[in-house]
Ligand binder design. Structure first.
Ligand SMILES: Cc1cc2nc3c(=O)[nH]c(=O)nc-3n(C[C@H](O)[C@H](O)[C@H](O)COP(=O)(O)O)c2cc1C
Ligand code: SF4
Length: 414
């Protein structure tokens, strides 16, 4: 058996190798404890302070309690491994290499809330993850009370949103549904449904084995535990890392062998996240609670390092064009508003727009928030607003002169 003091999500066999099979998984971590009553299990999770890793950071124990104490209804678990966020790799790496940890978490959740079905919802483009989880489900056949189903999520940013996932599982339409009723009340096949990110589930499977106290031995500040993050950009290759929460952004950059001065800004939390100037966040701990206080987002754990000499306006235009394209096309403010902002940002980036367009973007951004059936436009607006704060000078330079202050060059109209 493993040394629990050093065990975390990616402990075990090298990630350069194949997925960990059931034999290795069980001999390393021991079997999933049985016979723990639902109430003790949920209490342990609450005591751990584990926060959801799909983006919103909602306490996992609280979510399980709400479903465990539901008055009626046959419940379903959806393990969310859609991972449509272009800057994130962590869920596919976890599913591809530690599939049984994810399954353990889903089975545990199903037992805790007395669910009678488990659905693994995995982005169809994450081939290694789909294969690995498929094999792991086969290895578990006959040993699990609930049926386990693998549903491949369609490609798209919005397909991973909780109500879109449930809608796709029910009807093969991956557009979010207007809430209420929430999926926790009316989800897969109309039953109360727990939609939980795969990393959150994998961690729950470790916490039930080793305890809330063990979980809290990692984490330097307020938010306990470790987290899977995806580091991108700058000098190194980037990739998925497991870090102790509270590590500083500077330490993460240094670990990528990125010397000070090589980075100008950091994208925190992903395409739904926030840009921050590296000056402001180099010493900042990557701690969801602290980040929230500073108006920043941990999101799904993205730390994107924007190298010096790369234009933040151009980088933002690329993200906004993507997010506008990914609108699920059913709410006017989202469809038209994001397209207008994306187009205007694109024109600014290519030197084809003036100061009035900057004003337009600010006005549209203030009008769209909270007006979609899902939080897609809210995430996009948050990103856009942070870009205008962090790259304000570059936006003005692009608008006034058609020159880029970062590269110093005249912008060639597209
Ligand atoms: C547009 C959009 C896309 C999302 N995509 C994902 C996704 O790919 N994977 C995921 O786990 N959560 C995604 N979420 C968050 C889910 O709605 C949900 O909050 C999450 O799966 C719950 O798991 P957690 O509590 O463990 O974080 C997305 C949310 C939005 C608004
Ligand atoms: S807000 Fe946008 S992404 Fe969300 S359901 Fe409406 S159109 Fe689709």
């Amino acid at each position: 058996m493993t040394d629990r003091s050093t065990t975390r999500l990616l402990s075990g066999p090298s990630l350069a190798g194949a997925a960990e099979g059931l034999g290795s998984h069980t001999s390393r971590l021991g079997p999933l404890p049985r016979g723990i009553d639902s109430s003790s299990l949920v209490t342990e999770l609450e005591a751990s302070g584990l926060l959801g890793r799909g983006g919103a950071g909602f306490p996992v124990g609280r979510k399980w309690r709400a479903l465990a104490e539901r008055p009626t209804g046959r419940a379903v678990i959806v393990a969310n491994g859609a991972e449509g966020e272009p800057a994130s790799l962590k869920d596919r790496v976890l599913m591809a290499h530690r599939p049984h940890l994810v399954l353990d978490g889903a089975i545990l959740a199903a037992n805790a809330i007395d669910a009678d079905e488990i659905v693994l919802y995995i982005g169809q483009e994450h081939k290694a993850a789909v294969e690995s989880i498929g094999r792991a489900i086969d290895e578990r056949r006959g040993g699990v009370r609930q049926p386990i189903r693998l549903v491949q999520a369609p490609i798209g940013y919005v397909a991973g949103e909780a109500s879109a996932a449930v809608n796709y599982i029910n009807t093969r339409d991956a557009r979010p549904t207007t809430t209420p009723p929430r999926v926790s009340e009316h989800g897969v096949d109309g039953g109360p449904t727990l939609v939980q990110n795969v990393e959150s589930l994998a961690y729950a499977a470790l916490i039930v084995r080793f305890g809330a106290h063990w979980y809290r031995t990692a984490g330097r500040l307020e938010s306990p535990g470790t987290a899977l993050i995806t580091v991108g950009g700058a000098a190194g290759e980037g990739g998925v890392r497991e870090v102790e929460l509270g590590i500083t952004v500077g330490e993460i950059a240094d670990a990528e062998a990125t010397p000070p001065g090589r980075i100008q800004a950091v994208l925190l939390g992903g395409y739904f996240g926030t840009w921050a100037s590296v000056r402001d966040v180099r010493q900042m701990p990557l701690d969801p609670a602290e980040m929230k206080r500073r108006g920043l987002t941990f999101g799904c754990g993205i730390v994107g390092l924007l190298p010096t000499g790369t234009c933040g306006v151009v980088a933002t235009a690329g993200i906004m064009a993507y997010l506008a394209k990914e609108s699920a096309g059913q709410c006017g403010p989202c469809v038209h508003g994001l397209r207008a902002i994306g187009d205007a940002t694109g024109r600014l980036a290519s030197g084809q727009a003036g100061a009035s367009e900057v004003v337009d973007i600010e006005r549209w951004a203030s009008q769209i928030g909270g007006r979609g059936a899902c939080h897609h436009p809210d995430g996009a607006i948050q990103l856009m607003t942070s870009a205008m704060n962090v790259f304000g000078d570059e936006f003005i330079q692009h608008a006034r002169t058609g020159r880029c202050s970062v590269t110093g060059s005249r912008i060639a109209a597209a």
